[in-house]
Design a protein around this ligand. Structure first.
Ligand code: HEM
Length: 543
């Protein structure tokens, strides 16, 4: 039976070494084998836990499949084809459906819906090939098409030539000294959030307050990015900011456009007539006005070179808000609390011994091993974004397909690809109990037979503090990989570690309602539909 507190069991922390799956024995070709299905039958996934058939098709779906096969079929050689049920795509987030088709069709398959076709990749070796080994043969494809009207070329969707120039400018901004200095900003902003929560208790006699932690953490993330990158205080923790709503609104629209058949939004009058397009234009204006103000402010307070950096319009930072939301993960707890201290208690014990009632510092983050693992486990289960999007610039051959096609899977130029991070992170081939929340899965005893990573030395590199895609051979890649990997990964991870530590230092947190009642949706990243409502109680040690 699922309990709703942060999940259970004591971690065995030995020398900070991490155990991660290795992708050397890829499962590229066994998608339809008996052993695959056998294995599948033993694991459960929220997207497939129903007895209903996974893919239901209606007239629209059948028409769509015929259309897709006419337009794009046959191009991809022996690659298995998942005939997408259009109705399925509208009834739940796309990444759930992609998981079911991964289980049905294997780790490289073609997804056909309407006039569109995508190759969906759920295999670490193919992911590594596309993202790192042959990275410059791919651009951001659909993502760039969709984001162009929202953020211009920015950096995330930028074509390769634009990217080369901009990446060189922005990367040095995230060096270790900057990150160390930012821990103070993370701590100051988190303190503001905690004080706000504490104030709620002054007028509350029950001893419990209820909060939407999704909304609260979004505000915290916006304040942090405002202060640390733009030197501007949104103060959104204490007053509502329209920017967060507008950013999420545009991201929802981006996702809608990437999966909708006809680009009706390109019609001249669509932006005035269609309500959702009118809202989109409004959201864009809110964001652009805000950014123009930030850039003006930065011009007045900083040197020219910094301003150039700021002009790389980029809203990716709100992904760390998404991560923060899922830090308080409630799934999978079914252990008797009397025999096994809960994961929340374990985390709090660590916080008490490292921080006491004090503030977080960079040095403390190094000691907060378990909190850091909670952060990465939350990212494994809820990767932000759940898909990485690419388009082949020239024809290529993906590794795999060895059964019927010795040369691998041929992909013609212009092929759209989804690297499904969600599928990789929950692959039954690479993770034991893939759908359970178990931060300690990353740990390995020094004496263990399991090959783990022993390179943990935060003094030499802060990047070494968290498991990453290199040590996981691309079975774990919450920040992507290769040259287009996230520049803000360490920033986001440290910020989240600080925020979680400060929250649990002061409060016991419990999900309101059952874990199943938290409905997930996507708008480029994973969100909850109605908020992440939690009950907070002050901890006895808290003054
Ligand atoms: C939990 C928080 C975050 C997550 C999960 C995340 C994830 C990602 C991922 C997966 C990519 C690669 C996209 C691709 O390959 O198509 C990416 C790129 C990027 N991220 Fe993040 N990110 C986060 C926070 C941040 C923050 C805080 C910043 C900056 C302050 C940032 C800046 C960027 C930039 C600039 C890129 C583009 C890199 C390039 O194309 O060279 N991200 N992010």
């Amino acid at each position: 039976m699922a309990s709703s507190s942060i999940v259970l069991q004591l971690p065995v922390i030995v020398n900070g070494s991490y155990s991660l799956p290795k992708a050397r024995n890829s499962h590229l070709t066994i998608s339809t084998s008996f052993s695959f299905r056998n294995k599948w039958s033993q694991i459960k996934c929220q997207s497939t836990s129903t007895e209903e058939p996974k893919t239901k098709r209606n007239v629209l779906d059948n028409a769509s499949n015929i259309l897709t096969n006419l337009l794009s079929g046959g191009n991809l050689g022996s690659m298995p084809i998942a005939e997408g049920a259009v109705s399925d795509l509208f009834s739940r987030p796309l990444f759930f459906a992609l998981y079911d088709w991964f289980i049905e069709h294997g780790s490289v398959y073609k997804l056909a819906f309407g006039p569109k076709a995508f190759v969906v990749v759920s295999d670490p070796i193919v992911a590594r090939y596309i993202l790192r080994e042959n990275a410059f043969s791919y651009d951001k494809g659909v993502l760039a098409d969709i984001l162009e009207p929202i953020m211009g070329k920015g950096l995330i969707p930028a074509d390769l030539d634009t990217w080369k120039l901009r990446r060189r400018v922005i990367s040095p901004a995230f060096h270790t000294l900057f990150l160390k200095a930012m821990v103070k900003v993370f701590t100051d902003c988190s303190e503001r959030t905690i004080s706000k929560f504490e104030k709620r208790f002054e007028t509350n006699e029950s001893g419990t307050i209820e909060l939407d932690l999704e909304a609260e953490f979004s505000s915290l993330a916006l304040d942090i990015i405002g202060l640390s990158v733009f030197n501007y205080d949104f103060g959104s923790v204490t007053k509502e900011s329209p920017v967060i709503k507008a950013v999420y609104g545009t991201l929802f629209e981006a996702e809608h456009r990437s999966t909708f058949y006809i680009p009706y939004w390109k019609l001249p009058l669509a932006r005035w007539i269609v309500p959702r397009q009118r809202k989109f234009q409004y959201d864009l204006k809110v964001i652009n006005d805000c950014l123009d103000g930030l850039i003006r402010n930065a011009k007045e307070t900083r040197q020219e070179t910094d301003v150039e950096k700021l002009q790389q319009r980029d809203y990716s930072n709100l992904k760390d808000a998404s991560l923060l939301r899922f830090l308080v993960d409630m799934r999978g707890a079914d252990v008797d609390d009397r025999q096994n201290p809960s994961k929340m208690r374990k985390a709090q014990e660590e916080i008490d011994s490292v921080l006491g009632q004090g503030r977080t510092t960079y040095e403390c983050i190094k000691e907060l091993v378990y909190i850091r693992l909670i952060v990465v486990e939350a990212l494994r289960l809820y990767p932000q974004p759940p898909l990485l999007i690419r388009r082949s610039l020239k024809s290529d051959v993906l590794p795999g397909g060895y059964k019927g096609d010795k040369e691998g899977y041929k992909v013609p130029a212009g092929t759209d690809i989804f690297v499904s991070v969600y599928n990789l992170h929950r692959s039954p081939y690479y993770w034991d109990r893939p759908n359970e929340f178990e931060p300690e899965r990353f740990l390995v005893s020094k004496t263990s037979e399991v090959e783990g990573w022993a390179g943990f030395d935060p003094d030499r590199s802060p990047g070494a503090m968290y498991p990453n895609e290199i040590i996981a051979d691309f079975a774990f890649l919450p920040f992507g990989g290769g040259p287009r990997k996230c520049v803000g990964d360490q920033f986001a991870l440290m910020e989240s570690t600080v925020a979680l530590a400060m929250l649990l230092q002061k409060f016991d947190v419990e999900l309101k309602g059952s874990p199943e009642s938290v409905e997930l949706v996507t708008g480029a990243t994973i969100h909850t539909k109605n908020g992440l409502w939690c009950k907070l109680r002050k901890r006895p040690t808290s003054p």
